[in-house]
Structure formats: C-alpha cells, structure tokens
Design a protein around this ligand. Structure first.
Ligand code: SAH
Ligand code: SF4
Length: 373
C-alpha cells in the first residue's frame, strides 16, 4: 500500500501520536529504516504507543538501541499538558488539556459500576450555538487533529493507570464523542482517531462501545455509519421545527424530518440514542413526549433524558423531577426505553465547556488540582 503521508518536509520532532501503521512506515522509511524491516518496526512502535502507552522511546525494549536513540531525537510522544484536573464526589474526573499552540479542550471520565466512559472533544469551541450549551457560547477556534483527539484517550489512561489496553478490568471501556465541538464538522480527523482507537493491536476499543453524538449534520451521518460504524446519538431536544430552530440552530439547515430520515438509513441495526435535554416549560410537556413517540416510530431507538445542567448566565432552568418522570413514562409507554441520566460531576461543572470557561475567569484553577471528593 502506498503510504499516505509525505514526511520529507515535516518539522522535527514529529508527533507520532495519531499516526496509523502506514504513516509510521512512511515516516520510518524517511528516517532511513531499511525497507526489509520497516513493517515490523512500525508494528512494534504501534504496539508500544497504543497497546502499552509508552511515553518514552527508551521504554520500547523490543526495538534496537540505535532506533530508540533516533526516535528520542526525531519523534515526540508528548501528551498535551494537563492544565487543571477535577474529581467529583461521584468519581467523575475532568481534565483541562492544553496543546502545543496553547489551545485547550476538556476530557471527562465517567465511571459506572462495571464500565467507564471517556467523553472526547473534537474541536476547540464550536461553530454552532445551541442555546442551552456552554460550548456554544465560545467561537470555534480550530478543529483538533486526529492525534489531539486520540491523545485525550492516552492522557486519561495515563492518569487512571489504565494500561495495557487489551485486558480484563480496564477502566475506560467506552468512548463517547460528546465533548466540545461538533464531530461531524471535523469528520476526517475524528474518523482517523476513532479508527485508531478501534485497532485491535492498539487501543482495542470495541465498535459497539463507541458512540458519536451529533447535533444533526445530516449529509455526514450515513458516511460515518458506513466508514466507521460506531453507535450514533442524535441531539434532538425538540420535536417541532420552530422550537428546534431556536434550540439547535443547525435545524434551520437540516430540519427534523431530514434528520430522522438519515437515522432510518443509518447502517447497522443497533438502536440510535436520542438525547433530549429537559428544559422547564420549553420542551417538556406531555404533548411533546407524545409527539416524540410519533416521530420515532419505526426507528429502533432509546431516548436519553438529560436534566439540563445550568451554567452561569444560562437562559434556561431544568424541568422538575416529576415533570421528567411523567415525560419518561409516556415515552416508555410508546415503546422506547427512556432512562433519565443522572447528572454526573455537577460539583465540577462537568457539562460541556464549563471547566475551560471557569479556568479563564479564575486563573488560580489552572494550577490547582481540585479533588473535591
Ligand atoms: N456537538 C455534539 C456533541 C457534543 S454535545 C452534539 O451536539 O451532539 C454533547 C451533548 O450534551 C449534546 O446532546 C448536548 O445537547 C448536551 N448538552 C450540552 N449542553 C448541555 C447542558 N447544559 N445540559 C445538558 N446537556 C447539555
Ligand atoms: Fe456545539 Fe453540540 Fe454544544 Fe450544539 S450542543 S453548541 S453542536 S457542542
């Protein structure tokens, strides 16, 4: 196979994180590795990077000494810097990460009894501006590169001591692409990162345990299903176009009917998750719940009811518990499981976008590790 990347003019040291085996091969060839061994060396390095979590070429003990030395000079295995870390009473951990150019994103780990989900960011900020979302108040600064999306998994595994990748009892079992940004507006980088996460010789995540959440970038939904094939979550939040136009403005471009048609055509037979944030007096009536059931007819689905997580200055309130319960009852009766998500990490503002913004307002947070448990 012809290697995709041309490393002849790359600046040094080059970050190896985010390179797949073909790209590693191309880079090793450019470094002078003989063609006869390049395949094996790329495979070994891949294993050290993603299966073992090596942070230093010296740890790659299956490589010859001189190659390790060259790697130390020419390659970087550096992770983004952890600028702040918070741990919630419920075990949720949240890291604010800074990349080499100073841009920051956050990554959240949510442990449950028998599994743990890592929530990844794909952009610094977001081009969309959903009214209830804190990330939506930040302008898009840039897309993350594949290596920067993937490095979030490595940092979390480092912090949790969760290496090697393929073993019983690993803490991070699931990935949810639900952090900052709209992943389908950073399609190629997100795809490259998730393909690497799925590689059985590397991070070894199971396709069934990765879910991409989108606000509804309709033309990208089918390609994602075909080319990557993870679970799909849709940020629906409203059942009428007039309201969804306001709450999730991308709806003006791709309205509910088009979005649901894309869901019906999504490759694979797994249920699609519909996320529905409960906003008091806005989208939480019994009539809304009945309309939701009607809209979803024919789509294998589950509805996640998310209590609205308020942030300073947010224009909404969360629905009452009893309102959420009666909404859930109608959706359940209509044949769709509708778990009410327990708010996680509220004491560390784990709703997307909040650590980043609070660190801006309160510079001291940058250097403190606030363990609140
Ligand atoms: N951009 C993608 C993925 C990131 S947002 C998307 O919109 O799907 C991940 C989920 O968190 C979305 O369902 C979003 O609607 C929800 N969310 C954002 N802000 C929230 C808040 N303040 N309270 C509860 N859920 C929120
Ligand atoms: Fe962007 Fe998703 Fe937030 Fe909307 S909900 S502003 S798409 S991150």
């Amino acid at each position: 196979m012809v290697p995709a990347a041309d490393f002849s003019s790359s600046s040094r040291p080059i970050s190896l994180i985010g390179l797949d085996r073909n790209e590693l091969e191309a880079w090793l060839l450019a470094l002078g590795e003989p063609p006869s061994t390049v395949r094996m060396r790329a495979r070994q390095i891949f294993h050290w990077l993603y299966a073992r979590g090596a942070r230093d070429p010296e740890a790659m003990t299956t490589l010859p000494k001189d190659l390790r030395r060259r790697l130390a000079h020419e390659a970087s295995l550096a992770r983004p810097t952890i600028v702040a870390e918070q741990q919630s009473r419920d075990g949720t951990r949240k890291w604010l990460l800074r990349f080499a150019d100073g841009q920051e994103v956050e990554t959240v780990f949510i442990p449950e009894e028998d599994r743990g989900a890592l929530c990844l960011s794909t952009q610094v900020g977001c081009t969309l501006s959903c009214r209830f979302c804190h990330t939506g108040t930040m302008p898009l600064v840039r897309n993350l590169k594949a290596g920067e999306i993937l490095a979030q998994v490595l940092v979390a595994r480092d912090a949790l001591g969760d290496w090697p990748s393929a073993r019983e009892g690993r803490q991070i079992t699931n990935i949810v692409i639900m952090g900052m940004g709209e992943p389908l507006f950073n399609y190629e980088a997100t795809k490259a990162a998730i393909k690497l996460a799925l590689d059985g010789e590397g991070l070894a995540f199971s396709r069934r345990r990765i879910t991409l959440s989108t606000s509804g970038v309709v033309p990208r939904i089918e390609p994602w299903g075909r080319e990557v094939g993870t679970g799909l979550a849709i940020s629906l939040h409203a059942v009428r176009d007039e309201l969804r136009d306001e709450l999730v403005p991308i709806n003006r471009k791709w309205p509910i009917a088009e979005l649901l048609a894309a869901c019906r055509a999504y490759p694979g037979r797994r249920p699609i998750t519909f996320e529905y944030v409960m906003l008091r007096g806005v989208n939480d009536s019994d009539a809304d719940a009945r309309e939701l059931v009607r809209l979803l007819r024919g789509i294998p689905a589950k509805v996640n009811l998310i209590p609205f997580n308020p942030w300073p200055g947010s224009p909404f309130e969360c629905s009452s518990e009893s309102r959420i319960r009666s909404f859930a009852a109608i959706v359940e009766e209509g044949g769709y499981p509708s778990p009410i998500r327990t708010p996680r990490g509220r004491d560390v503002l784990a709703a997307c976008g909040q650590l980043k913004t609070s660190s801006r307002r309160e510079p001291r947070l940058r250097t403190t590790v606030a363990a609140l448990s």
